[in-house]
Write a protein that binds this ligand. Structure first.
Ligand code: EPU
Length: 437
């Protein structure tokens, strides 16, 4: 009714800073692996059981999309889901479901592989400037698919039969490598992907596809060879630990002069982050499947340049910049993957950080003190950076738009609380919500 306010609430995290984090934390399954593996279940005849599934909202959205398509989905316990896509009825992913996350576009590759047609709305996800999908389209077209984009829907139809091809990606793209791999496993003959992405989640997806009966070789290198198969079956599979969640807790420990044992990690995946933390003066000890990070000395400045794997991950750049905001000297952070991934710097400045951004380079002049203030999570990893800065700051920080953080970090409030952080999740009425018409 006119004049009435919508009944909206604002979710916030409220952090009292100044605590050294200590104790143990267990890392969940990798977000960027599970968001590819859930759509990949479409390729199977028969049920898949996926273990080590993280409790994040992106997983919820993907499972909802599958359910709407006619799949049966049931959690067997908190981290294990059974998915049976045998009876899916529609190759359609509409806007209202796709808009929440980037990975909704993986349904394109999987549906092309299974149904030879797909109609998927342009995806959502974090905004780091333009996020083109030309390399995905190039790959699909090369496999014999006609693509037409109409009113925000990407419509794909296989002309004749899906046929293996030699595809050279013009840029290293995680999304394009995954999407084209999802279609190519069912194409006739051999597909060669050159200049492919090498991230751990690419390898995890390839392992899952192979467990389902696909023939994918070379994942983790820049040339992936895929022999198409006629039939893929349901499989049981456990997702790898989340490299970025682990790195976030590692940096949080180092930033707060803490001492944290991070369990369920693959130390090899963490090498670039561990090296930079050591350069910054932290102590990093590696064990078989855990890493301990502690710090007693000052935060030393360092240079960071983000690169595709095995370089320093772009998804760790905001968290590292937050820590370097209190380094003893000047650090230079260069973003080598995205055009515009420094939007969060304005928010860090509200806490007293001294950071100058020029295009893809941030010059971080360390300050002695950050002080709490109201800030926004401008995207998922920016939100993690706000948390780290809030732990370092004196006083209270309120972080808004935490739904971004919940897209990719499971139980983050509880996990940080167990490490001694003073953090609360509050849900308050939004008195500034616009009047409903
Ligand atoms: N690019 C193109 N054309 C394409 C695809 C990508 O030019 O067709 C460019 C992009 O503009 C960018 C670069 O290639 O400059 C790399 O993009 P990529 O395709 O690798 O990124 P993505 O697949 O969209 C995934 C992760 C991101 C992560 C990047 C880079 C998922 C769901 N998302 O995105 O993760 O930043 O790879 O590692 O896997 C996050 O988890 O917070 C996140 C944003």
């Amino acid at each position: 009714m006119a004049g009435q306010r919508e009944n909206r609430t604002l979710e916030k995290f409220i952090v009292e800073g100044g605590t050294r984090l200590s104790g143990e934390v267990t890392i969940g399954g990798a977000k960027n692996a599970v968001v590819a593996i859930i759509p990949a279940t479409i390729l199977a005849k028969g049920p898949c059981i996926i273990e080590n599934v993280p409790n994040i909202s992106d997983v919820g959205y993907l499972l909802k999309i599958l359910t709407e398509m006619g799949a049966s989905v049931a959690f067997l316990d908190k981290t294990t889901v059974r998915i049976d896509t045998t009876h899916i009825t529609s190759p359609l992913v509409p806007y209202e479901l796709a808009r929440h996350l980037r990975a909704s576009y993986y349904f394109l590759g999987a549906l092309i592989g299974r149904c030879q047609e797909a109609s998927v709305s342009m995806p959502g996800g974090c905004h780091f400037g333009v996020r083109p999908i030309d390399q995905h389209m190039k790959g699909f077209e090369s496999l014999g698919t006609r693509i037409n984009i109409d009113h925000g829907m990407i419509n794909a139809t296989v002309e004749g039969s899906l046929t293996g091809s030699h595809i050279y990606f013009d840029v290293v793209s995680v999304g394009a490598t995954i999407n084209v791999m999802l279609a190519a496993v069912r194409a006739k003959g051999l597909t060669i992907l050159e200049n492919a992405a090498k991230e751990p989640h690419i390898v995890d997806l390839a392992n899952f596809l192979n467990t389902m009966g696909a023939d994918v070789r070379g994942a983790g290198t820049d040339v992936i060879k895929i022999h198409g198969v006629d039939i893929m079956r349901g499989a049981d599979y456990s997702i790898i630990p989340d490299q970025i969640e682990a790195g976030t807790y590692m940096i949080a420990a180092a930033a707060t002069f803490g001492d944290v044992l991070i369990k369920n990690v693959i130390p090899k995946h963490m090498e670039s982050v561990s090296n930079k933390l050591i350069k910054s003066g932290a102590v990093v000890e590696e064990f078989d499947d855990s890493i301990r990070v502690s710090r007693t000395g000052p935060i030393m400045p360092t240079t960071i340049k983000t690169m595709p794997h095995p370089g320093f991950p772009t998804d760790m750049q905001p968290q590292m910049t937050a820590m370097l905001a209190m380094a003893q000297g000047t650090s230079v952070v260069t973003e080598g993957v995205w055009d515009n991934r420094f939007r969060y710097v304005d928010e860090l400045s509200r806490l007293g950080a001294n950071i100058q951004v020029d295009g893809k380079v941030a010059v971080v002049q360390g300050v002695e003190r950050l002080t709490g203030a109201p800030v926004k999570a401008t995207d998922l990893r920016a939100g993690a950076a706000m948390l780290i800065a809030a732990f370092m700051a004196s006083g209270s920080t309120e972080i808004e738009d935490v739904y971004h953080i919940e897209r990719g970090y499971e139980d983050i409030v509880e996990k940080f609380r167990c490490l001694g952080a003073k953090i609360r999740h509050v849900d308050i009425p939004d008195v500034d919500a616009p009047a409903a018409l």
